[in-house]
Design a protein around this ligand. Structure first.
Ligand code: HEM
Length: 222
């Protein structure tokens, strides 16, 4: 019995480490890219940098830095143990995440509006809907926390978590797809058939699964 309990604790820790590694790796990449773009001219290295447009570069590279910060903070908010032991820190981290999420989404939307994404209108649409949902989830999470509506606060916080992890899932889909197929139906301009599905597939299916889970949990409780 004790052996089985220890086995399941080890499996849980291994699972957590397996989830933490890609999150930390992508957050580190995003943070480093963002800080480099804020501190130096990267126009020779990436199309994302626009020479002579400091405010524009500030928006998109601060987007990457803040995106990394909220990605690292948001999983900690899920722990009931931490929330009950450190309620003030939970509220403070929550405000940082919501404020950061609003800036991340506005930075991404400004980029789409002023420059457009690498693949054009359909990718613009997929990422603009993503940014809009990001803003909505951040606002609703805060609103329901202030209103003391705990169930709704938690549901919106979970939607925000899924959206934040969406930016990592977008890249993970590509890593897996390239490992499995060598990049079939995908182009450097991100306008192949696989890429077009990805404009929406990194957040919509995961949000749909979360909605099913939220509804099922509601029925079980009723
Ligand atoms: C935690 C959330 C996010 C993180 C960590 C993040 C990070 C990044 C990074 C690192 C890049 C540089 C491209 C790359 O190396 O892959 C990028 C580009 C971009 N991001 Fe985000 N992002 C986040 C959320 C969002 C949201 C909510 C939007 C929607 C408005 C968005 C829109 C964009 C756009 C449009 C680009 C440029 C795409 C292109 O044309 O290449 N991002 N982001």
């Amino acid at each position: 019995m004790a052996l089985a309990r220890r086995g399941s604790a080890i499996a849980r820790w291994l699972g957590l480490i397996g989830l933490a590694v890609p999150v930390i790796a992508f957050a580190a990449y995003s943070m480093r890219f963002g800080l480099r773009g804020l501190g130096a001219d990267l126009s020779a290295e990436t199309y994302i940098y626009t020479s002579g447009a400091p405010l524009f570069n500030l928006a998109i590279f601060a987007h990457m830095v803040l995106g990394a910060v909220i990605m690292l903070l948001v999983p900690l908010q899920l722990s009931t143990g931490l929330r009950l032991r450190f309620p003030r820190q939970h509220r403070l981290a929550g405000r940082v995440i919501v404020g950061g999420a609003v800036c991340v989404a506005l930075g991404g939307l400004a980029y789409i509006g002023l420059r457009g994404t690498i693949a054009g209108p359909l990718m613009d649409l997929g990422f603009a809907v993503y940014g809009g949902l990001f803003l909505l989830a951040a606002a609703q999470t805060l609103r329901h926390a202030h209103a003391g509506n705990h169930d709704r606060h938690r549901d919106w916080a979970l939607r925000l978590l899924v959206l934040i992890m969406g930016s990592l899932l977008f890249r993970l889909h590509y890593v897996l797809w390239y490992l499995l197929t060598g990049g079939l139906w995908s182009t450097e301009q991100l306008d192949g058939p696989f890429d077009k599905v990805q404009y929406f597939a990194f957040y919509l299916p995961y949000l749909a699964l979360l909605e099913l889970w939220i509804r099922r949990r509601g029925r079980v409780r009723a």
